[in-house]
Structures are given as structure tokens and as C-alpha cells.
Design a protein around this ligand. Structure first.
Ligand code: ZN
Length: 239
């Protein structure tokens, strides 16, 4: 194996780290969209609930108006009867009945006012939710647009990196490349680790003096015995 294999492996590692990063960015795009979709779903549910409550209070209000009318008609009828009664006793009985009807009406009127105020509050809340929903939908549209364009850019960068990778991988001994790729799958973004203070910087296990000597010789690929990463000695360009 030639001396520059380790350098080519490091080039490959740099490309693979970028590919990993791009794929991570790509995978993160739907999360931001999903977050807004969740908020919107909640707002739409709130709106539907408000709509239902408003309908209910309006329907109760309508029923109360009908009740009021019934009581009013009853009072009119009773007032008519006042002219036809013969005795004072009957007369005051009807007056009493009218009083009761009026008391019923004032209770109903109170409830009508209450319903109007509830309905007004619900409508105000509904307007607030509607404006928040519109804002959220606009933001979502913006985010979707941005995500689509970012996704496109990432795809383009990825395609370029995959081409670069092929060119670099072609320079590596197939057996080493297979091992490298196996380690890459295991560690996702990094199949290589620097050695510093006689330790693998990937897993911090100690590296023997003999292994360091092999690395200095640059003639053999050395794997960390603990994490299987391919080891390298950092040079001035790594600072
Ligand atoms: Zn290690």
C-alpha cells in the first residue's frame, strides 16, 4: 500500500462528513414544516369549537326571544281579561299572574343579555384565532417555499459530493475501502480518528507505541482496536 493512502482516506472522510451533514440538513427540513402544521391544526380545532359555541349561544338566544314573546302574549291576554272579571278577588288574582309573567320575562331578559355578552366574547376570540391562523398559514407557506429551495440546493450539493467521492474512492485499495465503509456505517459521519496523547480521539482508548510507530511509517492502515476507526496522526494542516 502506498504512503498516500492515508491522505486519500482523509480526503474521503472529509467528503463523507459533508455528505452526512447535507443528509442531516435534508432530513431536518420536514420537522419545521410539521411544527407549523401542528399549530395550524390546533388553531383550526379551536376555531371549529368557537364556531360551535357561538352557534349554540345564538340558538339559545333565539329560543329565549320566542319565550319572551310567549310571555308577552300571555300578559296581553291577561290584561284583556281584566276588563271582563266581575270581582275584586278575580281582578287581583289576574294582576298577580301578570306580575309573575313579568318576573319570568325579566329573568329571561337577563339570560338574553348574558348570552349576548358571551357571544360577543366568543366572536372576539374567534377573530383573534382567525388572524393568528392566517399568520401561521402565511409563515407555513414561506417555510415550505424556503424548504423546497433548500432541498433543491442540498440535492445539487449532494450530487456533486457523490461524484467527488467516487473519484477519491477509486484511488483507495478496495479491501481498505470496504473496511472504511463498514466503520462509516457504524459511526455515521466519521470513520477516522486522529491520535493525540497516545489516544484515539474518536473513543479515547489508548493507542500502543507500536501502533504509533506504524502510523509514523505511513505504510500501513491502522484501525483503533476499540472503535475500529482508521487512525491518523494529525499534521500541521490539522491545526
Ligand atoms: Zn477509537
Amino acid at each position: 500500500m502506498s504512503a498516500e493512502q492515508i491522505d486519500v482516506l482523509r480526503q474521503l472522510q472529509t467528503i463523507d462528513a459533508t455528505i452526512y451533514e447535507l443528509k442531516t440538513q435534508q432530513a431536518a427540513l420536514p420537522a419545521a414544516i410539521a411544527k407549523h402544521q401542528t399549530v395550524i391544526a390546533k388553531q383550526e380545532k379551536d376555531l371549529a369549537e368557537h364556531h360551535e359555541k357561538i352557534k349554540k349561544s345564538q340558538s339559545e338566544g333565539h329560543n329565549k326571544e320566542v319565550e319572551l314573546q310567549t310571555h308577552e302574549e300571555k300578559i296581553l291576554k291577561l290584561k284583556g281579561q281584566l276588563n271582563t272579571v266581575g270581582t275584586n278577588k278575580e281582578y287581583s288574582a289576574i294582576l298577580h299572574e301578570i306580575e309573575i309573567e313579568k318576573m319570568e320575562m325579566s329573568k329571561i331578559e337577563e339570560r338574553v343579555l348574558e348570552l349576548m355578552s358571551v357571544s360577543e366574547q366568543l366572536q372576539n376570540e374567534q377573530a383573534t384565532i382567525e388572524s393568528q391562523l392566517a399568520q401561521e398559514q402565511a409563515e407555513l407557506a414561506e417555510i415550505e417555499k424556503r424548504a423546497a429551495s433548500e432541498s433543491q440546493q442540498i440535492e445539487t450539493s449532494l450530487a456533486a459530493k457523490v461524484t467527488d467521492r467516487q473519484a477519491v474512492a477509486d484511488q483507495i485499495n478496495p479491501e481498505i475501502l470496504t473496511k472504511y465503509e463498514r466503520v462509516l456505517v457504524k459511526h455515521q459521519d466519521n470513520a477516522m480518528a486522529a491520535v493525540a496523547d497516545s489516544a484515539c480521539q474518536g473513543c479515547y482508548s489508548m493507542v500502543t507505541a507500536q501502533e504509533v510507530n506504524l502510523l509514523l511509517g505511513r505504510s500501513q492502515v491502522v484501525f483503533c482496536r476499540s472503535c475500529s476507526r482508521i487512525l491518523f496522526l494529525p499534521d500541521a494542516s490539522d491545526d
